[in-house]
Write a protein that binds this ligand. Structure first.
Ligand code: 5GP
Length: 161
């Protein structure tokens, strides 16, 4: 059985506050927070509140289909947010974990191509990540179990066939 790093809902609260404090202490004052959906949605929401940041958006990327099972490359599931509105803006990109770092690299490159000043914050970073996030709460090389994806989706009233 593989060793796992388990983030509980309770610890997620602590992690969010501590990560936000690290961002604030750095002096960086983001204007817009961009969550990398879906993994970054809950961390992004928590950080937006903790930083008192009201302007948020999300960008949808899919890469992992299962534990240790990925698509060949991370792919955007929907077109980017309004690209003109991010030109010259300070953005904080938030994700749950930088593992290979390829998702974060894709998003950061995209936002920077559109003229944004983008920094990144993650709850976890793994040592193999090709991107060194600007703000990291903890480092691990284990498979991480996040509270929002620890369980299967609830049953549907009418099952899909
Ligand atoms: P990356 O592109 O950095 O390899 O990872 C992309 C996404 O895969 C992460 O944002 C996360 O949603 C998912 N992922 C990567 N490593 C883990 C992990 O250890 N545990 C979980 N639950 N998801 C992971």
């Amino acid at each position: 059985l593989a060793v796992k790093e388990v983030l509980t809902w309770d610890l997620f609260g602590t992690a969010s506050r501590e990560l936000a404090q690290t961002v604030a202490d750095s002096g960086f004052e983001p204007e817009i927070l961009i969550a990398v959906a879906r993994g970054g949605l809950l961390p992004g929401g928590a950080l937006a509140y903790a930083l008192g940041l009201k302007l948020t958006d999300a960008i949808n990327v899919e890469f992992y289909t299962d534990v240790h099972e990925t698509l060949p490359d991370p792919v955007l599931l929907a077109p980017l947010l309004d690209t003109e509105s991010i030109r010259g803006r300070r953005l904080l990109v938030v994700d749950d974990v930088a593992d290979s770092g390829r998702t974060l690299a894709l998003v950061l490159d995209l936002l920077r191509e559109h003229g944004a000043e983008a920094r990144s914050a993650v709850i976890y970073a793994k040592s193999r990540s090709e991107v060194e996030p600007d703000y990291v709460w903890r480092r691990t090389d284990e498979w991480i179990v996040f509270p929002w994806s620890a369980e299967e989706p609830v049953n549907r009233a009418v099952p899909r066939d």
